[in-house]
Write a protein that binds this ligand. Structure first.
Ligand code: MG
Length: 341
């Protein structure tokens, strides 16, 4: 008798386009009950999916996820693969509508684990009302890769596109919550660093939060501070918008556990990735209203205005330090940590 699929491990045949792959795909697609509007969807197992999209500008984004370890406090690769892509759509002002999923799996990978990660991904899609519309599964030999890689492509529709280059002098800069949680949670989990208290990744889909900000109006620019953290996001926004940005260090929310461990390791929390935050530029007349709206949502409870865009220091970020000094917050050369997303 055949073992239940959940006790099996991935073999080369699971990616070989035959009966075994069909059986795997059939079981996995039950995790995704949501259907997008369109003639051809996931259930049809056709060569592609078709979509009927609502009026607006279509936004497309893609990302491959190689996080190590695959599970970490606060999330796993499935939640990350869905949230990362949803969040890139969200910060462009787009409501997530559909997602595709490419799986590359190492031979011997437990199918129960795979199902767990896909359930996390499905949960995020349910939360934002987006559907998985098509996917692909490939298997590589044992030792030819490290476990599991997930690629997601997101499709969203925006009434008005928001760019990371839209800041104008005078705009207030909002961060929607504490920074550095994701990068530090993954690092601590990977290296087995004992943590005082708890450090959990902030990985979450931020569309519901962003939608609130957009409904108030006055949003001029947005970016999700992922690799390179807040420092990279602010520098990119300043450069592309042709403005300077000043931020007050004491206003930037950092959890004490994250700050403590970052100090110990000699890393700036401002360079560590977030996966459930947005940097939002808002015209000064709407900034307080947007901040209040964000704070009413659980993901935005700790949102803060951390600074503003200025006409001087174009392309630069000026950090007003805790002790009253001023220095440029530099663009990091790269993320201090590999494989955090
Ligand atoms: Mg982004």
């Amino acid at each position: 008798m055949r073992k239940p699929l959940s006790e099996e491990k991935i073999t080369a045949l699971h990616g070989a386009g035959g009966e075994l792959m069909n059986r795997l795909v059939a079981e996995l697609r039950e995790l995704f009950p949501l259907r997008a509007a369109g003639e051809v969807g996931l259930d049809d197992l056709d060569d592609g999916a078709s979509l009927s999209l609502p009026q607006g500008e279509v936004v497309v984004t893609t990302d491959s996820h190689v996080v190590k370890p695959l599970s970490f406090p606060g999330g796993d690769i499935g939640k990350l693969a869905a949230s990362g892509t949803v969040n890139d759509l969200a910060v462009m002002g787009a409501r997530p509508v559909a997602m595709t999923l490419g799986l590359i799996i190492e031979e011997g990978f437990p199918i129960s684990e795979l199902k767990k990660f896909l359930s996390s991904l499905a949960e995020v899609l349910r939360e934002v009302g987006a559907a998985l519309v098509t996917g692909d599964t490939k298997v590589m030999g044992k030792g030819e890769m490290d476990g599991l890689v997930m690629n997601t492509t997101g499709i969203g529709v925006a009434e008005r596109i928001i760019r990371d280059s839209g800041l104008r002098p005078g705009d207030k800069i909002i961060i929607t919550g504490p920074v550095g949680d994701h990068g530090m949670a993954v690092l601590a989990a990977r290296e087995g660093i004992p943590v005082e208290g708890e450090i959990k990744s902030d990985v979450s889909p931020i569309w519901p939060l962003v939608e609130r900000a957009l409904s108030i109006g006055g949003v001029t620019a947005m970016k999700d501070p992922t690799r390179g953290g807040l420092a990279a996001a602010l520098n990119e926004m300043a450069r592309k918008s042709g403005v300077g940005i000043t931020v007050r260090e004491e206003e930037i929310p950092v959890r004490p556990e994250v700050r403590g461990l970052a100090e110990l390791l000699g890393i700036s929390p401002l360079n560590l990735a977030c996966e459930g935050r947005a940097v939002i530029g808002v015209s000064p007349d709407r900034a307080e209203a947007v901040l209040s709206a964000l704070r009413e949502h659980p993901l935005g409870r700790d949102a803060r205005i951390i600074g503003e865009a200025i006409p001087e220091h174009r392309g630069k970020v000026v950090l007003e330090t805790r002790v009253g000094g001023r220095r440029y917050l530099e663009m990091p050369l790269g993320d201090p940590l590999p494989r955090i997303c």
